[in-house]
Design a binder for this molecule. Structure first.
Ligand SMILES: [Zn+2]
Length: 306
């Protein structure tokens, strides 16, 4: 029994994410957050965003750096998604923590309750975190891939009186490895044309990957670029693509449970895939997301709302 317990614990440690206790130990106050952002931003050296100079002196505020050539002052948050926060950076860290470590994500209403911030404030900042979850395109599927499209939203079977829910077409790709699925990507498309399917596949799948699709004619011309693309019968209810369809069902179930609309569908796909693709990562998902938010350019709220 003891042996089994140890084994289970070791497994847990390998795949677990930061606990709330560890998080609170690492970030007890605002100062510790700024220190961490400063390390993420300038750990490899200071470069003035204005003139490119690499020497600096300390600014007025702790952690600010002033370029010794053009005198521009940079803060640990300038040029990052933490720029011009209207609330405490510590609460912003909590949002990143909850968004990245909650297996199923977290709604802005729940964040608002936990942190004592306005729901809209949480929603906006969560949008920034979701923005940082967009696929970097750096990790293409190179092994066994499966691709298929599905319809998301719209009238559900057996649901009466749901009005005007808009249907959207989404193409998904997964990477199969061993007995499971190691990676998943998805994109909202207008139609299942070779052009749109091809664009998605070229950003997510390596040209040499072993790709399986169904017999839809939109995939046929793509075998010019993807030499190992094979088209097979999808089978009854997609029976020849069981893993892919399980992933799609998982996504749809999550979307139904979390959100009641598909207005911002691409952002939700990105969020789901981001978390899915990192569920086996030893490298902390929290630190990874923070890193991305520091490297990202600050952006206005508009693009994620539309
Ligand atoms: Zn400068």
């Amino acid at each position: 029994m003891a042996n089994f317990g140890e084994k289970a614990l070791a497994m847990e440690n390998k795949f677990r994410s930061l606990t709330i206790f560890e998080f609170q130990e690492r970030f007890p106050d605002e100062d510790s957050c700024y220190a961490y952002l400063s390390e993420l931003k300038w750990g490899t050296g200071f470069v003035c965003p204005n003139c490119g100079h690499t020497k600096y002196c300390n600014g007025k505020r702790k952690y600010d750096r002033q370029c010794t050539s053009c005198h521009r002052i940079s803060s640990p948050t300038s040029g990052t998604l933490f720029h011009q926060l209207k609330f405490s950076v510590l609460k912003a860290f909590y949002i990143v923590y909850y968004v990245s470590t909650n297996k199923k994500g977290i709604s802005s209403t729940e964040l608002s309750r936990k942190l004592g911030l306005r729901q809209k404030t949480c929603w906006k900042f969560k949008g920034k975190a979701m923005k940082a979850m967009e696929s970097s395109g750096n990790h293409k599927i190179n092994g066994n891939a499966e691709v298929d499209e599905t319809v998301v939203g719209g009238q559900e079977e057996g649901v009466v009186g749901r009005k005007n829910a808009k249907k959207k077409l989404v193409v998904f790709a997964i990477e199969r490895s061993g007995k499971g699925v190691s990676r998943m990507y998805g994109k909202v498309i207008q139609k299942s044309s070779s052009k749109e399917l091809g664009e998605f596949m070229k950003t997510t799948i390596g040209l040499d990957a072993q790709i399986k699709t169904d017999k839809w004619r939109g995939y046929a011309p793509l075998s010019k670029d993807f030499k190992n693309l094979v088209q097979v019968d999808s089978g009854k209810k997609g029976g020849n693509f069981p893993d892919l369809h399980r992933c799609i069902m998982g996504f749809k179930g999550w979307l139904r449970g979390m959100h009641h609309q598909v207005d911002n569908l691409q952002a939700y796909i990105d969020e789901y895939c981001y978390r899915f693709n990192r569920s086996n990562m030893k490298d902390g998902i929290f630190d990874n997301l923070l890193k991305r938010m520091v490297k990202a350019d600050p952006f206005p709220y508009k693009p994620i709302i539309t």
